[in-house]
Write a protein that binds this ligand. Structure first.
Ligand SMILES: [Zn+2]
Length: 163
């Protein structure tokens, strides 16, 4: 078990945060943004950045090459859909994507929107961590983040109905 600090300051103890979230044991702020048979998307629970989406697999795996073919297709379609919603609804021009396979959780992709204030930390992969920490320390924009979740949910639900 390890301790994880959520965006709302609550500290929880879990074996795998991704399992806890995708199974519904832990409800991230704003709940599920969108869900497929194999993946679960939610706002990052630790860093308050509007439109930051985490896409986690439902299976407890670590690496890209563990995805089945069906999961691979589901994954890329879902990511493209979320990316488009970030652009159309939240006006997010650029997103940084990353995932690390030696995570202490399980397979999850970070979709980190780029906002103007982030460029003072640079454009490289090294800039991502300081940006996240800055957001956690300095940004008290909970309403804005929750609004972003609500808008993304609505848009993705609408897209889902369209097929
Ligand atoms: Zn897990």
């Amino acid at each position: 078990m390890k301790e994880v600090t959520l965006a709302n300051g609550k500290i929880i103890k879990v074996d795998c945060l991704s399992c806890a979230i995708t199974s519904g044991k832990v409800e991230p702020d704003g709940g599920v943004i969108v869900e497929t048979d194999h993946f679960h998307a939610h706002q990052d629970v630790a860093y308050p950045i509007k439109g930051l989406v985490i896409v986690a697999s439902k299976r407890h795996i670590k690496c890209m090459d563990e995805l089945t073919e069906e999961e691979q297709l589901d994954y890329i379609k879902l990511i493209a859909k979320i990316r488009q919603a970030q652009r159309d609804i939240l006006g997010i021009e650029y997103v940084y994507f990353f995932y690390n396979e030696d995570t202490t959780h399980h397979f999850h992709l970070w979709m980190v929107p780029r906002y103007g204030w982030m460029y003072e930390f640079g454009r490289s992969v090294e800039s991502v961590r300081p940006v996240l920490l800055h957001a956690r320390k300095e940004k008290s924009n909970r309403e804005e983040v929750m609004e972003g979740i609500r808008l993304l949910k609505e848009e993705l639900k609408r897209k889902g109905r369209e097929g």
